[in-house]
Write a protein that binds this ligand. Structure first.
Ligand code: 0L1
Ligand code: MG
Length: 256
């Protein structure tokens, strides 16, 4: 590893091109000694390029919200990425697999923000800024070869964000300890919303904390993906469906 100055713009270009050309790239950590602040700068630059191409910000997502993933990565805090309108897929809709390098899908809880949040306001009660909850799935597609990345790599790569689908929005309610089932072709995983920081509502508090430190605005109407309720599984051609007890089902069809 070398200690040369980090070229934020060229690393963002590398990740952006990997996504746009659907071609994987080696871990940035193979050649650059990136700190977490650098990683969020690269992520910002990457998002800036998407916005320059006409995409709009529509929300945020949390990653590393399970204790197992945190300990696997040797970290103790969640990571945050940004969602754009280009990543959104309608419930029951189709998505071409050729858009992605090696997509995986995971079950999530989505929250909707009802009022603009001023992260600098120390009195913000984040739960009162959210009015709806829905079952959701996230498509993750690390731009790194073989999903091999470090903590800072994955932050720079916008936390592997690639797509998301949200089911029917319901009035905000307690979604702790809900059974979760994800089926993709012949593969099924089951779990519980408890895998999301013990209770998905904790993701809201974790998000407020990190958004304050990382200066991430959150606006009315935006979506929050709270984190994965099970391990991700490869997204293949055919239907992927996620059922969350009491919240319902969300589906997407992968097209070869
Ligand atoms: O959304 C997530 O929990 C995934 C964060 C990135 C890690 C990965 O790509 O596996
Ligand atoms: Mg996720």
């Amino acid at each position: 590893m070398n200690t040369k100055t980090i070229d934020i713009a060229s690393l963002a270009t590398r990740l952006d091109e990997a996504q746009c050309t659907v071609t994987d790239t080696p871990s940035l950590a193979d050649t650059d000694d990136i700190g977490i602040d650098d990683a969020y700068r690269i992520q910002n630059e990457l998002i800036g390029r998407r916005l320059a191409r006409g995409e709009s910000l529509v929300g945020v997502k949390l990653g590393f919200t399970s204790r197992a993933k945190m300990s696997q990565m040797g970290v103790s805090e969640v990571i945050v990425g940004r969602l754009t309108d280009e990543m959104r897929i309608d419930d029951g809709g189709e998505v071409k697999l050729s858009r992605f390098i090696h997509p995986k899908i995971e079950p999530e809880i989505a929250y909707r923000i009802a009022r603009d949040i001023d992260p600098d306001d120390p009195m913000v009660d984040i739960e009162s800024y959210v009015d709806s909850v829905a079952p959701a799935m996230e498509i993750i597609d690390s731009r790194y070869r073989d999903f091999r990345f470090t903590y800072t790599d994955v932050v720079a790569d916008n936390t592997s964000a690639a797509g998301y689908v949200i089911g029917t929005w319901l009035k905000l309610q307690d979604v702790a300890n809900r059974a979760v089932r994800l089926e993709v072709g012949a593969e099924t995983v089951t779990g519980s919303t408890a895998a999301i920081l013990g209770n998905p509502v904790r993701a809201l508090h974790a998000l407020l904390d990190i958004s304050r430190r990382r200066k991430i605005p959150m606006r009315a109407g935006e979506v929050i993906l709270a984190g994965a309720a099970t391990a991700a599984i490869p997204l293949t051609a055919g239907t992927a469906q996620c059922d969350i007890a009491g919240l319902g089902r969300v589906t997407v069809k992968g097209i070869a």
